[in-house]
Design a protein around this ligand. Structure first.
Ligand code: PLP
Length: 402
């Protein structure tokens, strides 16, 4: 048995099969490249679903983590620690907002946003107790908790997990009229991904986010943007909402906020909204811990320079130019996305998304399929143009070899 076979066999035997990983066993990684246990190198074109926007082993992030490891790693929120205020201030400044509620994973931040919206609805808006409604879009992906999958339209994510949390209405993504019809006097929030990642990198029609912003402002409803995957540089801006000059009431952040080092998530909003909390009403043992704050502070400092947003915009333009050339051919039926982020729909004659991913893996490129026929391309923003072109050349080979 090879080292690869041994590891995969152990995982198959002793881990729940809630994932279907490609048969590669990563041992080390640097920048946009990963090396497996056999010494083979692969170009990472997934970047941990955008958790690795700054690449593997970014020196500044690793150093920030190492320095903090030697000082203090966890205090719980029972005490203050010396990175917390600094982190909250820096994140509010990056977001142009006033307050932060730090959590760990994306799903926890989404849960926190949902609880915040309900509490705001009862305490500030004056919605009758137990009546709060939150409007969401179909094909959404906001995480895996029981409440979050209660408003998923993906049967795989939802089946067998009932009874479901009530209080949500699902409308078609991108349909402003449907949104307008769904928002009523008991609606406390609209929760949307500015670009739907897991759905296949779906960009809403122009004017949609601005329309939702106008509607939610008129009706005194919170616009909560789940920027966990779309945010922090991926689309060529710090936030995907910026492409429509939209500032939501609530940003939900995660993934890249932890620099690919530790899980860090946050809800960021105004004092009106996050000011609803009193001690004991919400919390997390690990939320806002010193190690998380130290790494996230470095992520925020990196983002402040604008370097990676600019890279994502420039390389993204090149990526989409090259991918659009493929849509002319028989292998690709559609390409969507923004910045260094693309969903590529593969014609069925070429193979499934999974088969294309496996063929790419054999050529040294790692991507992930979604919803059968789509592959998602989202390399770390540190990728060089030469490496991106090399990866795209492998994609062309796979698509033309059939
Ligand atoms: C990944 C993701 C989440 C969930 O984050 P986890 O850290 O996996 O819980 C939520 N929303 C969006 C848009 C995501 O991409």
């Amino acid at each position: 048995m090879t080292a690869t076979e041994r590891t995969i066999a152990a995982a198959e035997k002793h881990s729940a099969h809630n994932y279907h990983p490609l048969p590669v066993v990563v041992a080390t990684a640097q920048g946009a490249w990963m090396t497996d246990v056999e010494g083979r190198r692969y170009l990472d074109m997934l970047a941990g679903y955008s958790a690795l926007n700054f690449g593997h082993g970014h020196r500044r992030l690793i150093n920030a983590a190492k320095e903090q490891l030697d000082r203090v790693t966890l205090t719980s929120r029972a005490f203050h620690h010396d990175r917390f205020g600094e982190f909250c201030t820096a994140l509010t400044e990056l977001c142009g907002m006033e307050m932060v509620l730090p959590m760990n994973t994306g799903a926890e931040a989404v849960e926190t946003a949902l609880k915040t919206a309900r509490k705001w609805g009862y305490r500030v808006k004056g919605v009758p107790d137990g009546k709060a409604k939150i409007v969401v879009a179909d094909n959404n992906f906001h995480g895996r908790t029981t409440t979050i999958i209660s408003f998923s339209t993906d049967e795989e994510a939802r089946a067998d997990y009932g009874p479901y949390t009530p209080g949500f209405e699902i409308v078609p993504y991108g349909d402003l009229a449907a949104m307008e019809a769904a928002v009523d006097e008991h609606t406390v929030a609209v929760l949307l991904e500015p670009i739907q990642g897991e759905a296949g990198v779906l960009v809403p029609p122009p004017g949609y986010l601005a329309g939702v912003r106008r509607l939610t402002r008129e009706r005194n409803v919170l616009f909560m943007a789940d920027e966990i995957q779309s945010g922090l540089g991926r689309t060529g801006r710090t936030f995907a909402c910026e492409h429509e000059d939209v500032v939501p009431d609530v940003y939900i952040l995660g993934k890249a906020l932890g620099g690919g080092v530790v899980p860090v998530s946050a809800v960021v909003s105004s004092r009106d909204v996050l000011g609803v909390y009193r001690p004991g009403e919400h919390g997390s043992t690990f939320g806002g811990n010193p190690l998380a704050c130290a790494v996230a502070l470095e992520v925020i400092a990196i983002l402040r320079s604008g370097e990676y947003q600019e890279r994502a915009a420039r390389l993204g333009e090149h990526l989409h130019h090259e991918l659009n050339l493929l849509t002319g051919g028989p292998a690709v039926t559609a390409v969507r996305g923004r910045g260094l982020w693309a969903g590529v729909d593969i014609a069925p004659e070429i193979g499934t998304g999974r088969e294309v991913s496996e063929r790419l893996m054999a050529r040294g490129v790692l991507v992930k399929d979604t919803h059968g026929a789509t592959i998602r391309i989202a390399p770390p923003l540190v990728i060089s143009k030469e490496d991106l072109d090399w990866g795209l050349e492998r994609l062309r080979e796979v698509l033309t070899a059939g």
